[in-house]
Design a binder for this molecule. Structure first.
Ligand code: BGP
Length: 496
């Protein structure tokens, strides 16, 4: 089955995880700079405990983007999903544009276009500016005006570079882990904070759609451009037959609650009921639902890493059957369990199971009838970088099996416009720091030059792209090794 000639073969990454230069170019701190400084933690080497490390330099994309774009061109990418750092555009307040920030992204996007790589910006990837957070951030309804001014400015100066945009990355992770817990910044541990943040994010998305359509009329964005939201729904699998109902409730929260507001303009009743129970119904003000209803987005970005086994019980008495402790949520109807038997896991206990990508894609397509794009899919692992060749066969296998599911879904009628994997090169991981490798390209974080070197998965993806998505082979190790040696034979300073 041949893919559409415009199919996007991409890679995705994120400003605060790759860029560095955190206080250069006029930029000031976001909540991620504050968090990584305050919570700095380096566990013993080789452990999959959470590392929280400095993002002051990271992979230094800020200074190495021309090298990286040369590598991306050599790799064969025709798309790069890249989060624009809000704090680099508005560094002090919601009014004063940091022109050095605009110039930086103008340089990056112009260089990408010059190399036939479509920039695919994400406007917000969890990086609230500290000046905003100190005034309440997404709990403060004033963020609507600040966010609208930010996106209007980006569309005005950078809109010409591309016709595929996403507003947010994983509203779910940002609000569940940043507001309902303290795992991610701003670390509020507050049900009210969660409710305000998710509702205000949804309203920000609707206001972004308004600015997007205005930018089309002004000629700053192409009339055919698409605006999407990017979500990380992990399709639920009932752990036992009797867990079917719990699994349906899980999917109602983790699919519909996070997607319906900006794809249909509605909230599932379970949220309205939950709000009422918390005495928080006034968070939704008059006019809000009309704003959502009248400004839905055009595209679904989907971060698929894994499915989720769901049960009505947490199986506390049967933890021996589980890989790790069961996970409970802010609603009581379901728990996430991690069966030991017949389930593959990564070193960080993320389930490896591509088979739910297809059914999940079918469900999204059937329910929303909007084009889809895989925006993140990747394997976080301890890569062995000790030898001359970095042979991440496991990552090539993981990506191949998941890409095959995308092709199957397309053959069954699902409209995928592209596949973008996580991630281009090794960067800072929110759950694994610099020890959790996802990149097709290794980064030597100990070298001042932050030297780049291709892994085996890089030549696997290069070959897949060159074949137009036909050659998914990942177990022809000798051939792949030779391809990597050939690549390295001309990998001079220009690519390092
Ligand atoms: C997604 C984020 C990415 C990336 C990925 C892997 O939720 O959008 O930024 O970090 O998860 O997560 P981790 O690095 O914690 O394994």
């Amino acid at each position: 089955m041949k893919l559409d000639k415009d199919f996007i073969f991409g890679a995705s990454t994120n400003a605060f995880q790759i860029e560095g230069a955190r206080n250069l170019g006029g930029r000031t701190d976001s909540i991620w700079d504050e968090f990584t400084k305050r919570c700095f933690h380096i566990p013993p080497a080789g452990k999959n405990d959470r590392e929280i490390n400095s993002i002051a330099i990271s992979a230094d994309f800020y200074h190495k983007y021309q090298t990286d774009i040369r590598i991306m061109k050599r790799l064969g990418l025709n798309g790069l999903v890249y989060n624009i750092d809000w704090t680099r555009i508005f560094s002090k307040n919601s009014q004063e544009v940091n022109w050095e920030g605009i110039k930086f992204y103008d340089n990056v996007f112009a260089t990408l276009r010059a190399n036939n790589i479509k920039p695919i910006p994400i406007l917000f990837h969890w990086d609230t500016p500290m000046w905003a957070e100190l005034q309440g951030g997404f709990e403060n309804r004033a963020i609507l005006e600040w966010f609208q001014g930010y996106v209007a400015t980006v569309f005005k100066y950078l809109g010409k570079y591309t016709d595929v945009w996403f507003v947010n990355d994983e509203n779910s992770t940002f609000t569940l882990d940043g507001y309902l817990s303290d795992y991610l910044p701003p670390g509020k541990n507050s049900k009210e904070g969660f409710a305000r943040a998710i509702h205000h994010l949804n309203l920000c998305t609707a206001l972004t759609k308004i600015e997007f359509e205005k930018a089309k009329v002004a000629g700053n964005v192409s009339a055919q451009a698409l605006l999407g939201i990017d979500h990380d729904w992990s399709p639920g699998i009932p752990y036992r037959i009797e867990d079917e109902k719990a699994c349906q409730e899980y999917n109602l929260w983790f699919k519909n609650f996070f997607l319906d507001p900006n794809l249909k303009g509605t909230y599932p009743p379970v949220f309205q009921q939950w709000l009422a129970m918390q005495g928080l119904s006034d968070i939704i003000q008059s006019g809000d639902m009309e704003l959502l209803k009248n400004n839905c987005v055009d595209l679904i970005g989907w971060n698929y890493y894994r499915p989720a086994y769901i049960s009505r019980d947490d199986y506390q008495e049967k933890q021996g059957e589980m890989q790790i402790t069961s996970k409970t949520f802010f609603v009581k109807g379901f728990k996430q369990v991690f069966p030991k038997e017949n389930v593959r896991y990564t070193s960080w206990n993320w389930i490896i199971d591509p088979t739910m990508l297809g059914p999940g894609a079918q469900a999204l397509w059937a329910e929303y009838q909007k084009p889809l794009m895989i925006v993140e899919n990747g394997l976080g692992a301890f890569d062995d970088k000790s030898g001359e060749l970095i042979l991440d066969y496991n990552r090539a296998e993981y990506l191949s099996l998941h890409f095959a599911e995308v092709k199957k879904a397309i053959a069954q009628g699902v409209k995928f416009i592209g596949y973008s994997l996580w991630t281009y090169c090794d960067i800072f991981s929110p759950s694994g720091g610099y020890r959790k490798d996802y990149g097709l390209v290794a980064v030597d974080f100990n070298s001042p030059n932050k030297t780049r070197m291709p892994k085996l998965s890089y030549v696997w993806y290069q070959r897949l792209i060159n074949s137009g998505g036909e050659n998914l082979a990942h177990d022809d190790h000798d051939t792949l090794q030779q391809l990597l040696k050939d690549e390295l034979s001309t990998w001079d300073f220009w690519y390092q």
